[in-house]
Write a protein that binds this ligand. Sequence first.
Ligand code: NI
Length: 171
Amino acid sequence: MRSDIEAPPTHGVGAAARGRHGWRPRWDSRRSTPPETPAREASGSTSTPEAAVEKVNLEEKFSRFSEHWQPKVVGELNGQQVKLAKVLGAFDWHQHDNEDELFLVVKGRLRLEMRDRTVVLDPGEFFIVPRGVEHRPVAEEEVHMLMFEPASTLNTGNLRNERTVESPERL
Ligand code: NI
């Protein structure tokens, strides 16, 4: 059977019209190339180690909560967490002795006060507060922000008070 398929035809059409693939005309074998592109993309998307990983839409995640200063975990990798929070007003001065903390503003304007400087973040901007640096986030109007930090990071750092969230909810 196989030898029948691979054997060149013995009559009917000239050898010039026979490609490596038998009777397919040249134009047809070219047209067979494009389908390889989606096939390659498909194999790429399924080759990720964690098949269950799904993309995250920040707008959709932010639409699922409204409370302020209550970080939500929306992703985890390498012992770090991606958290989202809506904030309004001034938080408490605190520091993280062992964790650098990234703040990325998605909506609004965040003022990150430190003892020796203040950084103002607009949407699309981030700042990394180094470990051990006292800081206080302040939002005159509601801010939507993303934080990236080790899973061990407590939102109030060295403080424990009514704003401390021991185990942030996962969205
Ligand atoms: Ni902090």
